[in-house]
Design a protein around this ligand. Sequence first.
Ligand code: ADP
Length: 483
Amino acid sequence: MAPLRICLVAAEVTPFAKAGGLADVVAALARHLDRAGHEVRLVMPLYGRMRELPFKDTGTDLELRVGERHYQARVRLTDLPDSNVAVRCIDAPDLYGGEALYRGDEEDAFRFAALTKAAFEVCQREGFAPDVMHAHDWHTALAPLYLRTAYEWDQLFANTRSVLTIHNLAYQGKFPAHMTTALGLDDRRDLLHQEHLDEGYFSFMETGILYATAISTVSHTYSHQIQGEEYGEGLEGLLRARADHLIGIPNGIDVDEWDPASDPHLPAHYDASDLSGKRECKRALFERFGLATEDLDVPVLGCVSRLTPQKGFELVPDALPVLLHREDLRFVILGSGEDRYESYFHWLQETFPTKVGFWRGYDEPLSHLIEAGSDLFLMPSRFEPCGLNQMYSLRYGTLPIVRRTGGLADTVEPIEPGAGTGTGIVFDDFSSHALLGALEHAISLYRQPDLFLRIQRNAMERDFSWENQIGAYEDLFRRLPEL
Ligand code: ADP
């Protein structure tokens, strides 16, 4: 079959700029679509923090017009590691010169509208006629609208279809209705969500959902959940109306980067046939968190996460301390986010100094050590579009304790102790009581070493590699002309 021409445009790409799973997924998609023989263009901002990267100058200047504002930009290339993809970085210091990826204010509307336009302009300059314009999350969700308005005149895009991938519906890029003027959307205001405009706002995400040829999201369960009130974030009606064009495609993981048999961040390596190296990782983990290393048989529960309400941490205060008082257990957590959670984990560490370690911040190598050195991994998410850490955990033989929601429900199989099947501990209710029950269950499993090892092996044998998932994107892209 003829290769496809695909333009991806996103606010985050690993390893250049990452705030969450979005960055990993966009990079993996570009890499694997390229490996599958497709022609890929990947467009992202050149943030201040990327200044030191090696860039090749293309000599291409762009003028990005968003409403009355004009931004000058230069296109610079940098290589996406382990691929032939040259990333088109949009160098516009007025827009992206700061350190932060997101400002969290109304300027972000201009910054990402401009990025989205840059993707079209890059295609024009390169004479690249994409079969697919692939937008990711709210930041670039105006792409489907631009395709049928601002760039509709250009024959280059005559056969271009758009896909919007929702990585997290909780972030929608909502702005006051009056901003449509400044953003240059007034001449096609009739195309925006009229009811929401009447209520005083519009959002990038809903606009993308309205006009994308197809919408995808990152797990099967989440694709169903977002069509209901509990997870739909107010867009459930719109998503139901477009259900025929909405598909769940689970994320994969980078199995080369996340491989306990070769991970450069680990002091020892292991695989499903011989887990002895995991004990050395546990020792290193304890040392790193200043915990005593005499007893390595004590169970250790790990966690790596953004500290936000999404991740379910409000369940922890009425569950974990009960267990920490009662059991010989270690808990190590790496993350940053909202003050209330950071303060809580500081408090927990001070209260149980010999049992709890908290590292505030973002630390890629430490996240690998936690995955490898822990016995159990905590993810009590309120909602989880896909989740990557539970898949890393499974691959590292670290049994995940998860709430049955979104991608967690799709990737972690509940343990059946009698049959020795399953891969992790799954609970349903969003309550501390249910979490406590799951933690108790996990510890009792840990105390049955033969069964625990069997479950670890089940988990390590599961294959979540991108090679398995990329075909679903290719199928979707090929079906677009019929949708
Ligand atoms: P989300 O995108 O909602 O944050 P995911 O589980 O999909 O959650 O992806 C999170 C990614 O970010 C994972 O690769 C995880 O290891 C990484 N991550 C999150 N917080 C940290 C941190 N403090 N240090 C290192 N890596 C982190």
